[in-house]
Design a protein around this ligand. Structure first.
Ligand code: HXC
Length: 259
């Protein structure tokens, strides 16, 4: 059986590819389980400094949940399981390393919810992003209603969530939903170059930077400041900080060890 998520290592980079291209990489149970277990494993792997997520095939990053599998569900049992841990897409946010999403083609529903749970989004010019859940009689229930408003503000988030309209990459860039738009042919290289660049930085610094911004955003200002002081002080104790300064003084390339 073909793997629903492909996994590849390139030095300190882990590359995950959603791999159901003939179904526009829609998320079935196997893909969901495999993504979760890979992310948990990678989060604990000190050699992995950045994770890159992309979609296989020409047409989509991910067209959302597998609608063909929609049917009657036991909502109460589901709620009991998810109540404390949140939706499975939350796993992306528990990963220590930065995650870069390379988005092409359709990025819909659960696909956009996954992309929003990543830390950096780069799109190609052909990308189309939407939350069409209401058209299916549901709402974005994997964190989408919360993450979208935090990323782009309440007004645009309500527009996208209620209108279900697909927005093109350029518009997604204008409203801050993606950080960069590149031609389709350049997406993989651009995303990999960015991920490799970040993987070349001292890994504790990039992990703590992610934690400070993401966790701090959820906190009152004073608590966020305290979190920042704690993480920033911890980083002053690392060998990599001394190595960065030494390399600067000696005009050479630094070698970081993640310590
Ligand atoms: C299952 C899907 C799918 C999906 C596409 N396919 N999206 N299968 N679930 N979400 C399948 C099609 O059935 C078809 O399979 C093949 O992929 C190619 O798609 P077509 O529809 O033939 O292509 P096209 O006519 O070009 O239309 C593309 C499309 C359309 C506009 C993206 O496929 C579409 O509207 N898909 C649904 C998008 C959506 O509403 N997503 C949100 C789901 S709700 P066959 O076998 O027929 O060739 C959601 C909730 C999140 O995500 C929950 C948390 C995770």
């Amino acid at each position: 059986m073909t793997e629903t998520v492909l996994f590849e290592r390139k030095d300190n980079l882990a590359i995950l590819t959603l791999n159901r291209p003939d179904q526009l990489n829609s998320i079935d149970e196997d893909m969901r389980n495999r993504l979760q277990s890979l992310l948990r494993e990678l989060s604990n792997d000190a050699d992995v400094r950045v994770i890159l997520l992309k979609g296989a095939g020409e047409r989509a990053f991910c067209a959302g949940a597998d609608i063909k599998g929609f049917g009657k569900v036991d909502s109460t049992a589901g709620y009991r399981n998810q109540r404390l841990d949140g939706h499975w897409i939350h796993t992306f946010e528990t990963v220590r390393q930065p995650i870069v999403a390379a988005i092409h083609g359709y990025c819909l529903g659960g696909g956009l919810e996954i992309a929003m749970a990543c830390d950096i989004r780069i799109a190609s010019e052909d990308a189309q992003l939407a939350l069409p859940e209401v058209t299916h009689g549901i709402i974005p229930g994997a964190g989408g209603t919360q993450r979208l408003a935090r990323l782009i503000g309440m007004g645009p988030a309500l527009y996208m969530t209620l209108s279900a309209e697909r927005i093109p990459a350029a518009e997604a860039h204008r409203i801050g939903l993606v950080s960069k738009v590149v031609p389709r042919a350049e997406l993989e290289t651009a995303a990999e170059q960015l991920a490799t660049k970040i993987a070349g930085f001292p890994p504790l610094a990039t992990r703590y930077a992610k934690e400070a911004v993401k966790r701090g955003f959820e906190m009152p200002y004073g608590d966020g400041m305290a979190l920042e002081i704690g993480l920033s002080t911890l980083l002053t104790t690392t060998e990599d900080r001394l190595e960065a300064a030494a390399a600067f003084r000696e005009k050479r390339k630094p070698v970081f060890k993640g310590r």
